[in-house]
Design a protein around this ligand. Sequence first.
Ligand SMILES: NC(=O)NCCC[C@H](N)C(=O)O
Length: 304
Amino acid sequence: MIKLNVQDETSRLKAVILGTAKSCGPIPKIEDAYDPKSAEHIKAGTYPLEKDMVAEMEALNAIFEKYNVKVYRPKVIEDYNQIFSRDIAFVIDNKLIKSNILPDREKEIEAIQYILDTIDPANVVETSDDVHFEGGDVMLWKNYIFIGTYKGEDYADIITARTNMKGVNFIKELFPNKIVKEFDLVKSNTNAKKNALHLDCCFQPVGKDKAIIHKEGFRNEEDYNFLVNLFGKENLFHISADEMYQMFSNVFSISNEVVVSEKNFTRLNTWLREQGFIVEEVPYAEIAKQEGLLRCSTMPLIRE
Ligand SMILES: NC(=O)NCCC[C@H](N)C(=O)O
């Protein structure tokens, strides 16, 4: 039996699901891409190769081994993309909430069923099809649950909008003792530099009181100001549209002191070290071509 416990983004990680790039299938057709960065690389002939992505995920796995983190992997479904475990379900306190994910990604949850079977069914939450959320949009900080959403009337046409207000309200009802704060995110189906695909693509806390943020990822400046007031401007590392595109905010915390980051994120990694963090660098630039990075490919089950 796995005893779930996740209270925040940064406490010492004990158990995690790490996605897999094995048998991720042929290069998709442009019309089948569901994020603009993948589409861009399909068009340019630079879509990442399976063998390179497998190697990148093994580098992350090796860091987890170094820190004695128990790692679960999804069962491999033939020719199916299973890299981004984060989005398919998420843990808050001792509850695992199954996402209603983009239909193109629906099968991913079947591949972790063998792990879910070891969780007390009373702690596994499902919801109806009209309630949308993906784990990349859900983030815990102190007594808050931060949720990325998209409030535009064209929600149904925006394939990069994955969490709706019904999803936000569902989480609110499930956790009446937490403060749920939603953020209306900037979306673009066609321009990855103007697309905050999930909240973790434009914002993420690190350590006890710091965070990485892309101001223009928020449609509403008040949402950005809310975070500035909560964290204090001096504790925020601001990233540009190009750095968001490279996925700077999608690093992953093993603890309050240790952050796993991409090896080419020089400006960020320097800042993190200046703040006293240990930065474990891994190569993840091929996976980044699919508009996801380290946080996106992990689903924490237990943090201390
Ligand atoms: N949490 C995340 O931001 N996940 C990245 C998912 C990338 C994938 N290409 C998608 O569009 O669903």
